[in-house]
Ligand binder design. Structure first.
Ligand code: NAD
Ligand code: DAU
Length: 378
């Protein structure tokens, strides 16, 4: 008996191979620009590629990602077969492989998002954060330096975080001039990478821009971060763990607003500068969790979800408050958030409800098989 699904899969692989070869061939001649996006299978990276790839059909986008637990290629289904998108499974810590991968294209822009990004993981296992966030960024800067000294021109956009500035008291905001005071291994590793990027601009004249953004939320965020974790637990009827007294404050930004800001800074930002990006959306964790519960109650009914809130031991070194002053990017580039927080949050909760399979695949680990299924023979 013929296994039809096997034949379909083989045909799919064959088609993908042809497309991959075809697009590499096209890459050197037909595309106006060739841009690497590192970490494109992660939360912000996949939202960014879904935003950029259809908007710039004359650019080739090369997604460089090694697919850690946080990388989920199925996020990119909508664009994976577009001729101006390519995926390269590469670890930025592996210099030789990274270099080989870059040599296959004529890269003139890099938007660097690949990172270990979860603060709690950095507390239990800091080594991976130093490797990827510091060493990986160093490797990219070295490749750019070599290319530039060989006469090429490359813009390097470093995507960073407001956490490098440390913690605020009740008053005040982070500006681009706020001194760095990182408090977790994650934020220290991001701070180190920011400094490397700055140094490569000052010392070697590399064309760099850096953005430091506040907490993002939206579709495709891995359910280890506050909002998707609360949605997931509430739907499963299990406790909603709020750290400490729940009084810590974050400044939330809908991920699409961040993507618009990255697009603007990458294209129009002034070389060597840093731009802070934030939502002016400060809210205490406990109030945010209650809001998520209320939205879920309205959308799915059942027992009030607030009953599941449980205060647990605090995160060590837990920053009390983040708040971004985003007036510089607003004045210079005309950016401001388009989403009102309540609307963005409702849209996000609805997305997780509509994509329960995505969520359950994250929990079960099923999403890890996507690469093998779609790309193994590519
Ligand atoms: P994420 O953890 O969801 O995704 C990270 C991606 O990087 C994954 O696809 C992963 O596979 C990839 N990656 C990790 N190590 C790699 C390596 N060694 N080589 C190649 N790929 C690797 O992260 P995110 O939340 O999307 O954050 C993206 C970037 O934005 C990070 O640099 C983070 O510091 C920054 N940032 C995040 C937020 C936020 O709220 N999530 C806010 C501001 C800045
Ligand atoms: O500010 C930008 C940063 O935002 C990014 O650089 C990081 O990559 C991103 O992970 C995020 O860091 P946070 O530590 O702020 O996000 P997280 O979702 O882990 O936690 C948000 C807040 O909620 C924080 O005060 C800790 C708290 N929290 C978190 C979790 C996971 C809880 O109370 N309970 C939880 O279960």
């Amino acid at each position: 008996m013929i296994d039809v699904s096997f034949i379909c899969l083989e045909l799919l692989h064959y088609r993908n191979r042809l497309r991959a070869e075809y697009s590499v061939e096209r890459s050197s001649s037909e595309f106006e620009r060739q841009i690497v996006v590192t970490g494109g299978a992660g939360f912000i990276g996949s939202n960014l590629l879904l935003y950029l790839v259809p908007r710039y059909p004359h650019y080739l986008f090369v997604n460089v990602d090694c697919l850690t637990y946080a990388g989920n290629l199925s996020n990119l289904r909508e664009i994976e077969n577009l001729p101006n998108y390519r995926f390269e499974k590469v670890d930025i810590c592996d210099f030789d492989n990274l270099k080989r991968s870059f040599e296959r294209f004529r890269i003139d822009g890099i938007i660097h998002l690949a990172a270990e990004s979860h603060v709690d993981r950095s507390i239990t296992g800091p080594a991976a954060f130093i490797q990827t966030n510091v060493l990986g960024t160093f490797h990219l800067m070295e490749i750019v330096r070599e290319s530039v000294s060989a006469g090429r021109s490359i813009r390097f956009h470093h995507v960073s975080t407001d956490e490098v500035y440390g913690s605020l008291e009740e008053q005040g905001y982070f500006t681009e001039a706020t001194p760095y005071k990182p408090n977790s291994p994650y934020s220290a590793s991001k701070a180190a990478s920011d400094h490397l990027v700055r140094a490569y601009h000052k010392t070697y004249g590399i064309d760099t821009v850096t953005t430091n953004c506040s907490n993002n939320y939206g579709p495709y965020q891995f359910p280890e971060k506050l909002i998707p974790l609360m949605i997931r637990n509430a739907l499963a009827g299990i406790p909603l763990p709020v750290y400490g007294d729940g009084g810590n404050i974050r400044d939330w930004l809908y991920v699409e607003d961040h993507c618009r800001a990255i697009d603007l800074v990458f294209h129009k930002g002034e070389s060597g500068l840093t731009y802070n990006i934030g939502g002016h959306n400060e809210i205490r964790n406990i109030d945010l969790v209650r809001l998520v519960c209320r939205i879920l109650d309205q959308l799915v009914g059942g027992d009030p979800k607030e009953k599941l809130i449980t205060f647990v031991k605090d995160r060590p070194g837990h920053d009390r408050r983040y708040a971004i002053d985003a007036s510089f990017i607003q004045e210079k580039l005309g950016w401001k958030p388009q989403y009102r927080f309540e609307d963005g949050l409702r849209k996000t909760v609805q997305w997780y409800l509509d994509n329960e399979k995505w969520l359950s695949d994250c929990i079960s680990g099923a999403y890890l098989q996507y690469y093998q299924k779609m790309y193994q023979n590519r």
